[in-house]
Design a protein around this ligand. Structure first.
Ligand code: SF4
Ligand code: SF4
Length: 118
């Protein structure tokens, strides 16, 4: 079961205790992706030297909230921390009951509809 397909993308939100750290390589990758100078990436998308801006709901400036899959609008050029998460381990957000309670009903609904189709 791929929980990511049923998750609002908590890893792309600025939740308490989480931080997305951006380095110079990440900036340059985005600059090449958008064909703009590194400084322009900093100006448009960075909140400070170390991290992206977030939207009002706390989600990453590059996250599309319209859909449940393929939400990262810069997926090909996403930062290295995003590429590595959850570092070959179980996603830590799934261990938080408050967050899991939002995903679980969607997972169950999907399982139920796939059983009904059989
Ligand atoms: S928070 Fe975890 S389950 Fe949700 S999209 Fe990110 S990696 Fe997937
Ligand atoms: S760059 Fe993409 S994968 Fe990384 S936090 Fe933002 S939306 Fe999520």
């Amino acid at each position: 079961m791929e929980y990511c397909n049923f998750c609002p993308g908590y890893c792309c939100y600025r939740l308490k205790g989480s931080v997305l750290l951006i380095d110079a390589d990440d900036i340059n990758r985005l600059a090449r992706y958008f064909s703009i100078p590194d400084g322009e990436v900093r100006k448009r998308f960075m909140e400070n030297r170390y991290t992206f801006k977030v939207k009002e709901d706390g989600s990453c400036i590059f996250q599309s909230n319209e859909k449940m899959i393929k939400r990262c609008t810069v997926h090909e050029a996403r930062p290295s921390q995003c590429r590595r998460f959850p570092y070959g381990d179980t996603c830590p957000y799934l261990e938080r009951e408050d967050l899991l309670s939002e995903i679980q009903p969607r997972v169950e609904k999907s399982l139920k509809s796939s059983w009904l189709k059989k």
